[in-house]
Design a binder for this molecule. Structure first.
Ligand code: FAD
Length: 211
């Protein structure tokens, strides 16, 4: 299998854009076997630079591994490890369904899902990791594993929070939940002064005192 590699000479960064988990596996085996540093990029939104490397190769999942396939009967979605939340939300809501995704649609499912993940539906359905049913993972030796509560359960447990340290997720299966199609989302800060706060947090008795 050929591994597409683009060399950006001036940035000293080399990109590999595999098309599926077999391509990821080939890239990992080549890079590990030749002692070449590698980084994995989902949406590239992590400000720490964790999805880049100098003098190494970035395995970029966003270019090709970005599918979203919904099963409306089972209320699940199979999502490529480099897909953006925008694609997930737009595809699932057509069926009146949604999962817990990030509040910013430009972040990728990869980095957000393996680190916990807070979203607008967290109050009702919990963290993103709690809504992952299955993951397809490429391990450091290039083997491809499907991890779930019933298959490789210890790996499944570890991936949900420490995923980037254990392998590359080529696909996530998320639990979907019924969601009305007209959604109004407010994302921002509400600021109250101390008098308003008392009225919000307490009730006032007939004497005007907060209780
Ligand atoms: C504008 C903005 C809004 C945000 N909003 C939210 C929010 O609402 N809720 C929330 O919880 N967080 C939020 N975050 C934080 C966000 O979850 C993290 O920055 C997350 O790492 C971004 O994921 P990414 O795939 O886009 O990042 P990347 O930089 O591509 O990846 C981050 C890390 O995850 C690894 N990684 C990515 N994909 C995979 C994969 N498929 N398999 C293995 N490893 C992978 C990378 O190697 C890297 O170490 C936000 C960040 C930004 C910049």
């Amino acid at each position: 299998m050929s591994i597409p590699i683009i060399v950006l000479i001036f940035l000293k960064v080399t990109y590999s854009s595999p098309k599926d988990e077999e391509g990821i596996s080939e890239a990992i085996k080549y890079l590990v076997g030749n002692n070449i540093p590698l980084a994995v990029k989902g949406g590239g939104h992590n400000p720490s630079g964790a999805s880049s490397t100098e003098d190494g190769v970035v395995i970029d999942l966003s270019r090709y591994i970005n599918h979203v396939n919904v099963d409306p009967e089972l209320k699940t979605a199979d999502v490529g490890g480099g897909a953006l939340w925008e694609a997930v939300d737009e595809t699932t809501i057509v069926h009146g369904l949604a999962t817990v995704g990030g509040t910013m649609s430009g972040t990728s499912v990869g980095g957000l899902s393996i680190g916990g993940g807070q979203g607008v539906l967290t109050g009702k359905h919990g963290q993103v990791v709690g809504n992952i049913l299955k993951m397809t993972v490429v391990l450091a030796d290039g083997s491809i594993v499907k991890a779930s509560a019933n298959s490789h359960p210890n790996l499944f447990w570890g991936l949900r929070g420490g995923g980037g340290n254990f392998g590359v997720m080529s696909q996530f299966r998320y639990q979907l939940h019924p969601q009305r199609k007209t959604v109004y989302v407010y994302d921002g800060d509400l600021v109250f002064d101390e008098n308003q706060f008392v009225d919000l947090a307490f009730t006032r008795g007939s004497d005007g005192e907060a209780r």
